[in-house]
Design a protein around this ligand. Structure first.
Ligand SMILES: [Zn+2]
Length: 50
């Protein structure tokens, strides 16, 4: 079994919820994030983009 760091990430129930939070995170942290669907927990996460 491969280990993933999914549990340490914030999980969103829906893509819409993840996108909403991305909006203020981007302005708060001055950084870009991508929204992706997670196959491990079937939720949604944000990944920071350099
Ligand atoms: Zn996950």
């Amino acid at each position: 079994m491969s280990q993933n760091n999914c549990e340490s990430k914030i999980r969103y129930e829906t893509e819409i919820e993840a996108r909403k939070n991305r909006g203020w995170l981007e302005s708060e942290n001055k950084q870009k994030y991508s929204v992706y669907g997670c196959s491990s927990c079937s939720g949604w996460h944000l990944a920071s983009i350099r």
